[in-house]
Ligand binder design. Structure first.
Ligand SMILES: Nc1nc2c(ncn2[C@@H]2O[C@H](COP(=O)(O)OP(=O)(O)OP(=O)(O)O)[C@@H](O)[C@H]2O)c(=O)[nH]1
Ligand SMILES: [Zn+2]
Length: 222
């Protein structure tokens, strides 16, 4: 069955969908299969040699295995469909039309330019219309997108757009504040710099009162 994959994304496993919109069941055996674990470990040995070390010395023998396991954690988001996370538990509610805000969600991601950590926090809010989700699901959506190679702008927009699409709320707001290790431990070497990005949709975009209420809540005023 032909799989619909957005252009310019070589291995976003969670975006492999069949014609019915279902995720491809197994990216390891599907078309354009994922490299094997052995190939990944061999690539780590190559990088170790390139860095100037000896992958056969005792301290490095298990390193390729550890790095592959760490990559499974860092990039677990490719195997997740953030839309499913939200669809699993949404409920219809009546009578609650106030803002729901989850602030200070720990964020761990990796920059797509240098593959080094982006560490910070995300604040997510929505104004329910008829659907609400278990709040942990908002944090899971943040993780599902964060555990991929990212730039912060894309990450921010993906989280907001997904919540907007699935919950169809009156509005969504996402703010991310993060430090990029590619700016602290290499390159320009500027520790203490925080990048702040936001995406406001619906009422958060059109109503300055709503936006202000959200910003005051994430700044500790709520
Ligand atoms: N807009 C944006 N830029 C990012 C993000 N993460 C890293 N960058 C920047 O991406 C840019 C990549 O620039 P290049 O000139 O291609 O790479 P580079 O030579 O390694 O750049 P330097 O970091 O300046 O040494 C750098 O300016 C990074 O600071 C992000 O999330 N958003
Ligand atoms: Zn970077």
């Amino acid at each position: 069955m032909p799989l619909d994959r957005p252009p310019g994304k070589p291995h976003p496993y969670s975006d492999y969908r069949d014609a019915a919109g279902r995720l491809h069941p197994d990216p390891d055996t599907g078309p354009d299969p994922r490299p094997s674990r052995e190939e990944a470990e061999e690539a780590v040995r190559t990088l170790l040699r390139w860095a100037g070390d000896d992958p056969t010395r005792e301290g490095l023998l298990d390193t390729p295995k550890r790095v592959a396991a760490a990559y499974e954690e860092f990039f677990a988001g490719y195997a997740e469909d953030p839309r499913d996370i939200l669809m699993r538990t949404f409920e219809e509610v009546e009578g609650y039309d106030e803002m729901v805000v989850l602030r200070d969600i720990r964020l761990e991601s990796h920059c797509e330019h240098h593959m080094v950590p982006i560490i910070g926090k995300a604040h997510v809010a929505y104004l329910p219309d008829s659907r609400v989700v278990g709040i942990s699901k908002l944090a899971r959506v943040v993780d599902a997108y964060a555990k991929r190679l990212q730039i912060q702008e894309t990450l921010t927009a993906q989280i907001a757009n997904t919540i907007n699409d699935v919950l169809a709320p009156k509005g969504v707001a996402v703010v991310i504040e993060a430090a990029h290790q590619c700016m602290t431990t290499r390159g320009v070497h500027k520790p203490g710099v925080t990048m702040v990005t936001s995406r406001m949709l619906g009422a958060f975009r059109t109503s300055s009162d709503t936006r202000r209420e959200f910003l005051s809540m994430i700044n500790g005023g709520g």
